[in-house]
Design a protein around this ligand. Sequence first.
Ligand SMILES: C[S@@+](CC[C@H](N)C(=O)[O-])C[C@H]1O[C@@H](n2cnc3c(N)ncnc32)[C@H](O)[C@@H]1O
Length: 208
Amino acid sequence: MKQATDVFNDWAHRGKDEGMERGHGPSVREMLDAALERVLSEGDSFSFADLGCGNGWVVRLAGQHEQCQKADGFDGAEHMIEKAKATDSTNGYHLAVFPQTKPPQQYDLIHSMEFIYYLHDPKQMLHSIHDDWLSENGWAVIGIDHYEEHEESLGWPEALDVHMSTFSEAEWIQMWKDVGFTEVHAWRANASSDKPGTLAILGKKSQH
Ligand SMILES: C[S@@+](CC[C@H](N)C(=O)[O-])C[C@H]1O[C@@H](n2cnc3c(N)ncnc32)[C@H](O)[C@@H]1O
């Protein structure tokens, strides 16, 4: 099987990152709205990081928010990061392979869209998001389009020849609780009568 980062590096060269921006936009906007409502009830400003940020479009979206004091993106596909840096010199973009990468700082909001299931052990990543990446009282919001109830998505690993970790909606939610997240909320973002939508999950870092 191919490495996901190699596949998406190639997508970046072929301009397919722009299609992801369009396709994921409606779900991500819902996810950010729901997360920011909670984050901004904790403080007047926030720091933001996007894991598996692709060409960085969500970093730029969050970075435009008037209460955002720092926005960083991390991705393992070299050309995605090159594109992000070429488009935007205000926010930070970092070539970073997960789960190995440790955060340069802790963030108030961690976002991730269509990234975590490419990992062989997404629970380990969630654990690291909770323990290493989030600041005290921080929130995470993650969007997943490949899950057991989304039948069409079950053919994607074979079609792309890339590993994807497959779990049901209930298993994903349990994972968040197991690694210590509190106030876990899950919903289907951008769902309609003919599409199941993005499994969106958010949660708060628990106090130790
Ligand atoms: C489906 S794309 C989504 C990109 C972006 N979040 C968006 O919505 O447009 C998945 C991204 O995750 C990155 N990725 C996958 N596995 C990774 C890993 N192990 N380490 C770092 N990045 C990874 C890929 O390079 C790719 O840019």
